[in-house]
Design a protein around this ligand. Sequence first.
Ligand SMILES: Nc1ncnc2c1ncn2[C@@H]1O[C@H](COP(=O)(O)OP(=O)(O)OP(=O)(O)O)[C@@H](O)[C@H]1O
Ligand SMILES: [Mg+2]
Length: 382
Amino acid sequence: MAEIALRNVCKQFDSTHYGVKDFTLDIHDKEFVIFVGPSGCGKSTTLRLIAGLEDITDGELWIDGELCNYLESKERDMSMVFQNYALYPNMTVYGNIAYSLKIRKVPKKTIDQKVREVARILEIESLLDRKPAALSGGQKQRVAIGAAIIRQPKAFLMDEPLSNLDAKLRAQMRVELQKLHKQLDTTIIYVTHDQAEAMTLGTKIVVMKDGLIQQVDTPQNIYDHPVNKFVAGFVGAPTMNFIECEVEKEFDKTVLLFATTGPVKKVYPTGRNEEILRKEYLGKRVTLGIRPEDIYEYEEAKASGFAKNSAGIRETVVTREMLGAEVFLYFDEQHRTHAVRLEPSNQTKVGETVDLYFDPNRIHIFDTETEENILNLYRKGY
Ligand SMILES: Nc1ncnc2c1ncn2[C@@H]1O[C@H](COP(=O)(O)OP(=O)(O)OP(=O)(O)O)[C@@H](O)[C@H]1O
Ligand SMILES: [Mg+2]
């Protein structure tokens, strides 16, 4: 059982440099929480603060209702798995997995039972007599995980445990980890800089940037309702397209206008986006965000009833990527390359033009100054 609560936690390395700032988060028992963000955003630091490997500069860390800022690492009962496996090279796989129980003077028979059980779960029974040097990367990783899960700690803290593995093995281990989480029925806090890994593994994702939490949410909400342009651009591949627009009134309609040269390109927003743009942004600039899969050709847009919400968006294809089940076309707008995902039946070639239609229910509008999603105005009680 582990309920972990961080309250305004800060880690200050020197007078000006923070690793983590004002970190507030509740981690519930048995949750699989992911810390994700670019290099240097403070993921490992936060994990190390929870583990007790770093001192907290300011704020509070509560574990199961107990204030733990000054509790020694070994008394926090957390088990860590690092990127570099940290196996003892002179010990066999068996010895490595058994180690933490051995130093706790657990009876030999119990240790043997547990090692075999862990080896069975991780499917490394046939490797127990080998030394780490004779294992592949993925096998070493399993042993490291085995060494961590042989105890039943309050929580597992994992810092990029799969980053040394190749893409295929990583995908396999992700599935294993999800199974393991169900079997162990324990809290896991998992650090990665890989957005795809975060989206597939976690039940709760914490997106960080520059030591600050940007958004805490389910993978689906992070993807569908990013609170700002950073989060929007961080998850999803190819990344969300961003286009600067003017907000204007056209008779009784609100319209987003963009185009660097040539005829005007327009998108007519709907719903709450339209309402906020009309009330707060007329005559101003905003940033429109749209994911590649939310852009369509005419026939589909017409069938879905939003062909009239886009006008004049004729783009020249600069790159075409055929992936079998889908085709990505790339076009330049405002000196940046944008992507659209279409049905593989689309035959547009490089150099040809294609007319595009944005799904108005799937567009995101960001304040150009603050980069916040304008819908946050609603969330804040607008
Ligand atoms: N011991 C330290 N002394 C000074 N600065 C540090 C120390 N440890 C980390 N930092 C700084 O704190 C910030 C956060 O570091 P952290 O290791 O938590 O990042 P991260 O999100 O884990 O990045 P990565 O994805 O590269 O592992 C970085 O700017 C880093 O340079
Ligand atoms: Mg790190």
